[in-house]
Design a protein around this ligand. Structure first.
Ligand SMILES: [Zn+2]
Length: 430
């Protein structure tokens, strides 16, 4: 058995309680004890396990659960240090014309997975991919096997729109209707995905007024829901319009993204299902479109046309209500665009605090404890508590005092996943 003790620091356990002095004891891949208070180890006693104990001095740091991204797109092309302007809708989607197939897709996803883990995200719940191939299934399994570094992953299918005309112009017969939706869920489940993604609403980013267009009928959504339960997969959806949120909740969708234009009835429905549903607003891309897009052609005028100005205002209005109703809202989402690259995901924490009305401790608990819940691992992921997986960070400073410190990977001294060290401070030469 290998024991590691993270001591002399503050502990934020993920529950939302304020960071407090304490230490975290890890045996192999799991936490065994979280001990409050400053511990005196001067006598050299280490719980009867003096040999082979690794002591991590977390002085000046906070020990916290690894961050969990709730709406990842690990197959999207742009990541920090690897900006790809060819996927920048609606201005440029030429990305789709140079798809090279599975090996290249997988290579990019592996690169993105490492970048996301390097940013302190030890788990990621996928919100789908652009292409009809099981890249994320392979990625998930390689990470799980320890073959490549990356966050624990819940893999999601390609994002299903409801247009029978495919991007290359050919007509897909039998694409619409309840039976087609059922068949899609069945096929994606058979490919090994954990969840299946539907674009229940369109989006202003793709066509003007798109966010108010609900693309599926309740019958189609219900058929998908029935099949998902039968096939043992979860359903995720893009849902901007109020109607799309409603049909999603009624059909048993589990992760409902954005919800920007939810009305009172949609909020009531979300609240009535709050033990079963998760929402992810994904403010990062919207904020980036409004304030940080000019370099990529998203001028303030373009951002307005794309609906991002309205969406940012909509989120700022709706999320304080979602918070008050106790509906689980999680940070992260839609990183992978040129102005919102993968690796910058911790910026959502700041936006939750500054724009959506969450406290720093609530936000960090949503990014850890609620993340463990959306991963379907609430009894072993997202908290620092006995029996939980040792997915943890040692962060210089106190992120509850300033959530922005998590945006600089240099502040994350240790990244540990299941007790295995991914990052640690470089040894100082004697
Ligand atoms: Zn998305």
């Amino acid at each position: 058995m290998a024991r590691t003790i993270y001591t002399n620091g503050l502990v934020f356990d993920g529950s939302g309680s304020a960071p407090a002095p304490g230490e975290v004891v890890v045996d192999d891949e799991r936490v065994v004890t979280v001990r409050p208070g400053w511990q005196d180890h001067s006598a050299g006693s280490w719980d009867g396990a003096p040999d082979g104990v690794t002591v991590v001095d977390a002085s000046g740091c906070t020990v916290m659960p690894g961050l969990i991204e709730s709406h990842a797109h690990l197959t999207f092309p742009s990541a920090v240090g690897h900006i790809d302007p060819s996927f920048n809708p609606p201005l440029d989607v030429s990305f789709f014309h140079h798809i090279e197939g599975m090996p290249a897709e997988l290579a990019r996803a592996e690169r993105n997975a490492r970048i996301l883990l390097d940013a302190g995200f030890t788990s990621a719940y996928s919100a789908g991919s652009l292409l009809p191939m099981p890249t994320e299934v392979v990625l998930r399994d390689k990470i799980r096997a320890g073959a490549i570094p990356g966050p624990r992953l819940r893999a999601a299918s390609m994002e299903r729109d409801n247009h029978p005309v495919r991007p290359d112009g050919h007509l897909e017969s039998d694409w619409q209707g309840p039976d087609a939706c059922r068949a899609f869920v069945r096929e994606q489940a058979a490919m090994g995905f954990d969840s299946v993604k539907f674009l229940l609403s369109n989006d202003d980013v793709f066509i003007a007024g798109g966010s108010q267009i609900t693309q599926y009928t309740a019958e189609e959504a219900n058929a998908a829901g029935e099949q998902a339960r039968e096939s043992g997969v979860w359903l995720n959806c893009h849902a901007q319009s109020a109607e799309s949120v409603k049909i999603a909740v009624r059909a048993g969708f589990r992760s409902i993204y954005h919800c920007t234009y939810a009305d009172e009835e949609a909020l009531d429905l979300l609240e009535s299902a709050k033990d079963d549903v998760f929402v992810s607003p994904a403010p990062g891309i919207i904020y980036a479109n409004v304030h940080e897009g000019a370099e990529f052609g998203i001028t303030p005028e373009v951002a307005k046309t794309m609906g991002s100005v309205d969406a940012l205002a909509g989120m700022a209005a709706i999320y304080p209500q979602i918070r008050k109703r106790g509906i689980r809202a999680l940070p992260g989402g839609d990183y992978g665009f040129p102005n919102n690259p993968i690796g910058r995901n911790a910026r959502d924490l700041q936006l939750f605090v500054e724009i959506l009305g969450y406290s720093p401790a609530e936000t960090l608990s949503a990014a850890t404890m609620l993340g463990g819940q959306v991963m379907g691992m609430s009894d072993e992921l997202g908290l620092l508590a006995p029996g939980y997986l040792a997915d943890l960070l040692v962060v210089r400073g106190n992120p509850v005092e300033d959530v922005r410190i998590l945006q600089d990977a240099a502040n994350i001294e240790w990244i540990v996943q299941g007790g295995r060290v991914h990052k640690q401070p470089a040894a100082v030469p004697a």
